[in-house]
Design a protein around this ligand. Structure first.
Ligand SMILES: [Zn+2]
Length: 286
């Protein structure tokens, strides 16, 4: 999956520093990110020096609105907290955050997904949810503070599970209903307040395909910044009747596939695809 690739060490300790010429800039507009096209047609994030030339003309721009977010592959990244402005010429282009898998290197893909998660958190918490006054960034850690009432707002990460339900040499694959994503997936869902991740697994499987499960075992986790999630992957065994009854509001289909005939290939990005491959190779935790 994406995080296993050679994307270099992520250094995400909070630091109060300003940008330098060669640092990368994450600049979003709507659900798109600003990318620069290199001479070989590959895409990369603009450097601070390049970005400044054009952003100087934007009304929303001022020096305080770039925020250090992390260091990756020995490069510092800064997030523009405003909305990206118009960019002229054909060297730069806004590209959909959701379409990045096909577009860019894994390192850049990871930087954009993580930057997007933080961008949305900053954007959604400019005002205190308790008293409606403007919030300010804390100086020691990544946290927004309300100077009026003292409310402390930490980055929001939504825990969710991905579940590989197995029945001997068979794995249950499904497809979502009513979504743009039409490939095979595993059962997935958000953890509700008050339940353990294992309880989420059992509940989601029952709700979506009407199966009881047992022997729930943890595999691996993956941050998925596009949706602000932390995904936790589990394998489990069907308990008793393996007849599937799908929730048609959630799924368009769900079907058992033999280990030797799985119709999904690993894309090197998502935990879901890795879990399918690991089962195909018989290496899932027993
Ligand atoms: Zn407040």
């Amino acid at each position: 999956m994406l995080q296993d690739m050679d994307i270099g060490r992520l250094e995400n300790e909070y630091r109060l520093i300003g940008p330098e010429a060669g640092d990368g800039v994450l600049c979003f507009r709507g659900a798109e990110v600003l990318l620069q096209r290199r001479e070989d047609d590959s895409l990369c994030l603009p450097s601070y020096a390049q970005w400044c030339v054009e952003a100087d003309n934007w009304k929303s721009w001022n020096n305080n609105r770039l925020c250090y977010v992390f260091r990756l592959q020995n490069r510092n990244y800064f997030l523009f907290l405003g909305e990206g402005g118009e960019w002229y010429g054909d060297i730069y282009a806004y590209e959909s955050v959701r379409g990045l898998r096909q577009l860019t290197s894994k390192e850049i893909c990871f930087a954009i997904m993580t930057g997007w998660h933080l961008f949305n958190w900053y954007k959604n918490n400019r005002f205190c949810g308790r008293c409606a006054n403007p919030t300010t960034p804390d100086e020691k850690e990544r946290m927004l503070r309300c100077p009026a009432c003292g409310n402390m707002i930490f980055p929001r990460i939504n825990p969710a599970v991905i579940v590989a339900v197995t029945d001997g040499d068979r794995l249950l694959l499904s497809k979502y209903a009513g979504r743009a994503y039409t490939r095979y997936a595993l059962i997935a869902g958000f953890t509700e307040i008050g339940e353990t991740a294992e309880q989420t697994v059992a509940r989601e499987v029952m709700e979506e395909v009407g199966l009881r499960v047992k022997n729930i075992r943890y595999y691996k986790s993956q941050p998925w910044g596009v949706d602000g999630n932390l995904l936790m992957g589990f394998y489990c065994d069907v308990d008793g009747d393996s007849t599937v009854h799908i929730d048609e509001s959630e799924l368009s289909m769900a079907q058992w596939f033999h280990r030797d005939a799985l119709p999904a290939k690993d894309d090197g990005i998502s935990l879901t695809r890795e879990m399918i491959r690991v089962f195909e190779e018989g290496r899932e935790p027993k």
